[in-house]
Write a protein that binds this ligand. Structure first.
Ligand code: C2E
Ligand code: CA
Ligand code: CA
Ligand code: CA
Length: 275
């Protein structure tokens, strides 16, 4: 044990050294991945529950690692946020996604996830404006998905940026609804266009009556606040029936299509119901 200068003792254990070294190596590879253009976008359709026709598509980033294969975002986005790489990566994601979406039928919207760190970058509005301008995508076809973590610092800065983004004509969507704290107060803070109800509620919809009650309540709340709703992680037609009965507007999930290459999207036909 050795004093660290703040009157505390730190213990250096061999396995901790190995962990730290591994972490540094991962961060290094992630920075390299940006230079080597190893990131790619996959796309997942979102359907209108009234018609099962695609109405939007969410862009989801992956890392094509030379040895590990396709790395899911949960494995590297938190690290990219820690080391600040999410700023250039997020800019690339917005730009690349908007360029792809510009070629879609004009009624199909594009949903892009934003990290809380991007809101502290100081130039998010410029980045969004730039991506729209470069792609020619109509601003009202762009949906920016944020989670409650963005709103966690209830400072004026974040709120001002959200209002500036909305003023560009893009939609602001509250993602993962129901998983954070005091969700209801966030609905008052900003006029979201849409809320996405988290997969954890949807997956238990058929088996747990309390989940059905929560989903129904969220749908009613959204309707009262003039917001549309997307159910995430829809995997069964049972869930679809319950969601339609609850008044949910849109659905996204493996039932309608897994995330895949843009070229594999079929956007011009209904994706259900089964015969
Ligand atoms: P999210 O925004 O909630 O995205 C939905 C996640 O649910 C995606 O996981 C998607 O593949 C998965 N999913 C969709 N339908 C189903 C289903 O029917 N069943 C199940 N089990 N899963 C389904 P993915 O692509 O691994 O992304 C995970 C999270 O990583 C995202 O959650 C989002 O928070 C983050 N993420 C993904 N792409 C980006 C990005 O471009 N920028 C940022 N900042 N975060 C991203
Ligand atoms: Ca999302
Ligand atoms: Ca989500
Ligand atoms: Ca999620």
């Amino acid at each position: 044990a050795k004093a660290d200068g703040r009157g505390c003792f730190r213990f250096f254990e061999p396995e901790m050294d190995a962990d730290v070294r591994q972490q540094r190596e991962f961060e290094f590879q992630l920075r390299e991945a940006m230079v080597r253009q190893e990131f790619e976008l996959h796309f997942q359709p979102i359907v209108e529950l009234a018609t099962f026709r695609p109405c939007a598509v969410e862009a989801l980033v992956r890392w094509r690692h030379p040895e590990r294969g396709l790395v899911p975002p949960d494995k590297f986005i938190p690290v990219a946020e820690e080391i600040g790489l999410i700023i250039p990566l997020g800019e690339w994601i917005l730009d690349a996604a908007c360029r792809v979406a510009a070629a879609w039928p004009s009624h199909i919207r594009l949903a892009v996830n934003l990290s809380a760190v991007q809101f502290r970058s100081g130039n998010l509005v410029e980045v969004v404006r730039g991506a729209i301008a470069a792609s020619g995508l109509t601003p009202n076809r762009l949906e920016l998905e944020i989670t409650e973590s963005v709103l966690l610092q209830k400072d004026q800065g974040t709120l001002a940026v959200l209002h500036e983004l909305a003023a560009l004509g893009v939609h602001i969507v509250l993602d993962d609804f129901g998983t954070g704290y005091s969700s209801l107060s966030y609905l008052q803070l900003f006029p979201f266009s849409k809320i996405k109800i988290d997969r954890s509620f949807v997956s238990e919809l058929s088996s747990r009556s309390d989940c059905a009650a929560i989903v129904c309540t969220v749908m009613n709340l959204a309707k009262a606040l003039d917001m549309t709703t997307t159910a995430e992680g829809v995997e069964t037609w049972d869930q679809v029936a319950l969601l339609r009965a609850a008044g949910c507007s849109e659905a996204q999930g493996w039932l309608f299509g897994r995330p895949g290459f843009a070229s594999a999207l079929s956007l011009d036909r209904a994706l259900g119901p089964p015969p």
